[in-house]
Design a protein around this ligand. Structure first.
Ligand code: SAH
Ligand code: SF4
Length: 354
């Protein structure tokens, strides 16, 4: 089996180099070619000796993803990419054009085991975890696709595509190490956000783990009280809302950083003014610690739920703002291409949209 160098963090890449009898600084050179120049073949690594290049060509692979198709939204320019992995599974990545920057929404698993009732990704359960290289290659391939000009540079990464990032802890951690390392992708820590459904022991582990680069946390709350959350998100039966909020109130935050709470608004399920008021009570003690992202539910074939009318979404938002809770509505980017992160799914989707 060929080694994939993008499965290695910087320390491991140095070890790989030294074990082969090459000088340590070769790691820096290789990292530059992989993550800065984003080359597609080892022979392009021209400051390595011919012997090293040939060794790498024979023993290592350089890309894990094959582009199957992509679609660009006519509304906001967002692009949804569909990739085929080596084993034939497919995953999606969404490039979101924000006003002044570009954000990439990456997948971390094929499918998801968590089973939230409103989520398309989990319909067939978990198929497998993505390798580190498969996560990092989503960024490398999209950036290569866009070209490396200043205005096309991806500055932000959100782990909000297919899968539960903290259920693929080690590979996600390593991908964050690669994204933030100064000799690798060089992305800013504060521009990376990991979104979790709220697996408490994994959130704790992440904050205690000295090797896990400090990045932002988003948690999918999606409900204003325990029974409602347990109904929508089975994970909440054991990881209760109360314990989740206790944990989120206690974790250390860097100055100016907030935890994002995502709240998918589902018509007549969790979108009433009473829900909004309950949400205010949940957050009122620590207003500055949180911000709320309201995501109007994105319907998909076979789902029982509906998206609330715009007026209802705005009324919900108003209750939060009236109580000084920073709240933003995330109308899905690229609604015309069904690009909402978290409900992306392979063939069926293609049949619907292409
Ligand atoms: N598993 C992680 C990250 C992926 S899901 C998590 O749950 O946080 C990313 C976001 O998409 C979550 O906030 C989730 O609540 C939301 N989401 C899932 N299905 C959705 C749908 N059909 N419409 C709108 N948002 C959805
Ligand atoms: Fe998994 Fe997130 Fe979808 Fe829940 S919302 S099923 S955790 S991907």
């Amino acid at each position: 089996m060929k080694t994939n160098l993008k499965n290695l963090n910087y320390k491991e890449l140095e070890k790989f180099v030294v074990e082969r009898g090459w000088q340590k600084f070769r790691a820096k050179q290789i990292a530059k070619w992989l993550y800065n120049k984003k080359v597609t073949s080892f022979q392009e690594m021209t400051d390595l000796s011919k012997d090293i290049r040939n060794y790498l060509e024979e023993n290592c692979e350089i890309n894990t993803l094959e582009l199957v198709t992509y679609q660009q939204s006519k509304i906001d320019g967002s692009i949804k990419f569909l990739w085929r992995l080596k084993d034939g599974n497919t995953i999606e990545t969404v490039l979101i054009n924000e006003k002044n920057h570009k954000t990439l929404c990456v997948s971390t698993q094929v499918g998801c085991a968590v089973g939230c009732k409103f989520c398309y990704t989990t319909k067939d359960g978990l198929i497998r975890n993505l390798e580190t290289a498969e996560i990092v290659d989503q960024y490398i391939n999209v950036q290569r696709f866009l070209g490396d000009s200043e205005e096309n540079r991806i500055s932000n990464i959100v782990y909000m595509g297919m899968g539960e990032p903290l259920a693929n802890y080690e590979n996600v951690k390593k991908s964050v190490q690669i994204f933030t390392h100064p000799d690798m992708c060089k992305l800013s820590h504060r521009k990376i956000t990991i979104s979790s459904s709220g697996i408490l022991h994994q959130i704790r582990r992440m904050y205690e783990d000295k090797e896990f680069p400090e990045v932002k946390l988003a948690v999918s709350l999606n409900a204003s009280y325990q029974n409602q959350r347990a109904f929508l998100m089975p994970i909440s039966q054991t990881n209760t809302l109360e314990d989740l909020m206790d944990l989120l109130r206690s974790i250390p935050l860097k100055p100016g950083w907030r935890i994002t709470l995502e709240y998918v608004l589902i018509k007549n399920v969790n979108d009433t003014l009473e829900d909004a008021k309950r949400l205010v009570s949940l957050l009122k003690k620590d207003k500055n610690r949180f911000k709320v992202n309201l995501i109007p539910f994105n319907p998909f074939p076979g789902s029982d739920f509906e998206r609330p009318e715009e007026s209802r979404v705005l009324a919900f938002e108003k209750v939060l703002w009236d109580n000084n809770i920073a709240t933003f509505i995330r109308w899905s980017k690229g609604r015309d291409i069904d690009a909402a992160c978290g409900q992306l799914r392979k063939k069926e989707l293609l049949q619907i949209n292409v």
